[in-house]
Design a protein around this ligand. Sequence first.
Ligand SMILES: Cc1cc2nc3c(=O)[nH]c(=O)nc-3n(C[C@H](O)[C@H](O)[C@H](O)COP(=O)(O)OP(=O)(O)OC[C@H]3O[C@@H](n4cnc5c(N)ncnc54)[C@H](O)[C@@H]3O)c2cc1C
Ligand SMILES: NC(=O)c1ccc[n+]([C@@H]2O[C@H](COP(=O)([O-])OP(=O)(O)OC[C@H]3O[C@@H](n4cnc5c(N)ncnc54)[C@H](OP(=O)(O)O)[C@@H]3O)[C@@H](O)[C@H]2O)c1
Length: 555
Amino acid sequence: MTMQPRPVIAEIVPESAPFSVEQRTWLNGFFAGVLSIDGSGVKPLSAAEAAALLPGGPAAVPAYPPEDGDDGAPWHDQTMPIAERMQLAEGRPLPRRMMAAMGQQDCGQCGYNCEDYSDAIFLRKEERLNLCVPGGKETARMLKKLYEEIGTTPTAPKASASAASLDSPVASSTVALATVAAIAAPGRSRDHPAEATFLSRTRLNKPGSAKETWHVEFDLAGNGLDYNVGDTFGIFPTNDPALVDAVIARLEAPADFPIAGRTLRDVLLDGVSLGLAPDMLFQLISYITGGERRQKAKALSSGEDPDGDAATLDVLAALEKFPGVRPDPEAFIEALDPLLPRLYSISSSPKTHAGRVALTVDAVRYAVGKRKRLGVASTFFAERVAPGAKVRSYVQKSQNFALPSDPAIPIIMIGPGTGIAPFRAFLQERMAIKAPGRNWLFFGHQRSQYDFFYEDELTAMKAAGVLTRLTLAWSRDGEQKIYVQDRMREVGRDLWSWIADGAHLYVCGDGKHMAKDVERALIDIVAVFGVRSTNEAVAFVTELKKSGRYQQDVY
Ligand SMILES: Cc1cc2nc3c(=O)[nH]c(=O)nc-3n(C[C@H](O)[C@H](O)[C@H](O)COP(=O)(O)OP(=O)(O)OC[C@H]3O[C@@H](n4cnc5c(N)ncnc54)[C@H](O)[C@@H]3O)c2cc1C
Ligand SMILES: NC(=O)c1ccc[n+]([C@@H]2O[C@H](COP(=O)([O-])OP(=O)(O)OC[C@H]3O[C@@H](n4cnc5c(N)ncnc54)[C@H](OP(=O)(O)O)[C@@H]3O)[C@@H](O)[C@H]2O)c1
């Protein structure tokens, strides 16, 4: 008797998802049956997507199982340097140390949140260690090091405590099915982008500004996409064709060299990152060169910086550093990182911009030596994409950045520069729903004359009483720099009184300096006007964060 092969049930819900084996098996079978899919053509959900199946969505999954340490994941702070994060994770199970190596933004650019990405790597379900955009090379290197420990440690990621809350998969099946269908739909996740139509770009700075920031709009008509304020918009950009051509010229390869059914030029345009040269590229160069140059390439591939220029070596500069080295185009492409999507805070409310989404984008341009360098996505918006063009995109649902559900709660928004983006959306939303809660915006930028984004709109909202207070900080108007946190300190008493009234606080924009400085100012305000010791003020602000009253969208 010949054995019939067992029917393959699509693995839709991954093993790393927080379900028991029985729950997962049942859910896989259920979805395979209802969605009429088999094991051949379905991409498994990421653990984050699967977690969204839980009643209550991703928020129902605690950020970290408490049994791993009663302080949860103390490194989960996007403003903390990697060395500090790794120190805090010392002695923790390997997947947690892997998590600490990541950018801590839960931004989804890698297709996961930080915890799920680390679990997927630990479980060897994800081989790519170079997907963390905010963490960049530092994260990739640390992950490589930690990856070598797999198998030498008995620890496995623990199932989330909340899996137990899904006692009966049947009871939750309606919610779960709706969520799976939503995630698998185009535009609902990085892995299933939809096409949005680029409509327009409008410069937000007046002529004379040192900045170049664009208000960008997309049409979502026909792609079924919708969003909420607080969500971010992910887009797949293309590289600058002039840079692509310069790389091809360095390789001395034909632009139409075939690579996996495409041409070398096409793959360079939209498939791989031409940003900071990855370690793998230097490794490849070390294989095909000799002597001192080999040593140098080898050193660069292991994170050393023999000439003090490592931080400036993008892919083209790396090729230029080793003139005459001509890697095989296929091996070259293999050595590069994938070109990842970029995220932008949505700066419109669907209630006032039905079928459209707006973004506020700062164009990244800088020079290294004589060569001008361009941020890929921001200059794609600023100069390369033409109105009418279709752009692969998706809506990244906000995990922890949303208006209070009670519209009467006052809100304080702190967003210098492009940080204003989600607050324009918040204000439009509160205006549209006639929310009775007070709204206070702190905005700042370089010069009042040139960089007052959305001035007319904000002025009108203030006149209409929607924007209760608008506090402005111009850093380059006078002799001394005035930042938003300076203004916060000046009005500390009022700020404290809003907090005492239950206000929710929001910070958006630069995560490297501004967000930390704003938090410091807030702690000082709580200490002075809330009459607390510094330690008590720190604990108070920590509690605000834990209870969702202090939310950040920083990058
Ligand atoms: C959740 C989230 C929300 C965001 N929202 C917004 C938003 O609303 N608006 C917005 O503009 N951006 C936003 N960003 C940032 C955005 O995603 C991109 O990172 C940004 O636009 C740069 O992307 P790029 O492709 O243009 O630049 P890239 O090609 O990624 O180049 C950026 C890199 O260039 C290098 N670099 C930049 N400037 C210099 C310099 N002066 N000297 C040397 N090297 C330099 C750095 O290595 C930097 O990482 C957000 C990010 C996240 C994660
Ligand atoms: N990944 C990327 O490549 C990328 C792309 C876009 C933006 N960003 C970063 O994201 C952030 C937002 O950029 P942006 O164009 O919106 O504006 P920005 O550079 O953050 O500037 C906005 C305002 O904030 C001020 N500022 C500078 N340091 C501050 C601090 N420590 N605390 C409070 N305010 C401070 C600036 O003043 P001064 O300039 O006068 O000091 C300016 O007035 C920046 O950090 C930027 O570098 C990164």
